[in-house]
Every structure is written in C-alpha cells, then in structure tokens.
Design a protein around this ligand. Structure first.
Ligand SMILES: [Zn+2]
Length: 75
C-alpha cells in the first residue's frame, strides 16, 4: 500500500503552479498600476485589474492550503 505522503501529489503540484502564476500576475499588475499612476493617467481600470489579481492570488493560496489540509500531502 502506498502512502500518499510518499508520492508527489499531482493536484498539489497543479495548485502550486496556479499559485505561482497568480503571484506573478499580481506583481505585473502592480507594476502596470505604478506606471499608470506615474503618468497620471486614469488609474481606476488598472486599480480594478490589480484588485482582481490580488483576489485571485488569495483564492489560489486558499485552494492550495485547503488541499494540503485535506489531503495531507507533503510534496
Ligand atoms: Zn495532495
């Protein structure tokens, strides 16, 4: 019998990839927002995109942590 903790969990790996992507997205949108702000252009749309990216990141973190709590996988 195989212990799930001894194997690489594909689901965890997928969630981890999603999380990393969402972190990069927040970083990119933050830079885009800063650029818009510096040029004193309309910030609202850029701000909304940044907020949405932030929410996506939180959701990805939550999904990742929930999976670990429920599944108990280590890698
Ligand atoms: Zn897992």
């Amino acid at each position: 019998m195989t212990n799930p903790a001894d194997e690489r969990c594909p689901e965890r790996s997928a969630l981890s990839t999603e999380l990393a992507k969402s972190v990069r997205e927040v970083y990119m949108q933050k830079r885009a927002y800063d650029a818009v702000k510096a040029k004193e252009q309309d910030k609202v749309e850029s701000w909304n995109v940044l907020q949405a990216a932030g929410h996506s990141q939180l959701a990805a973190e939550q999904a990742f942590n929930d999976h670990i709590t429920e599944h108990g996988c280590k890698t």
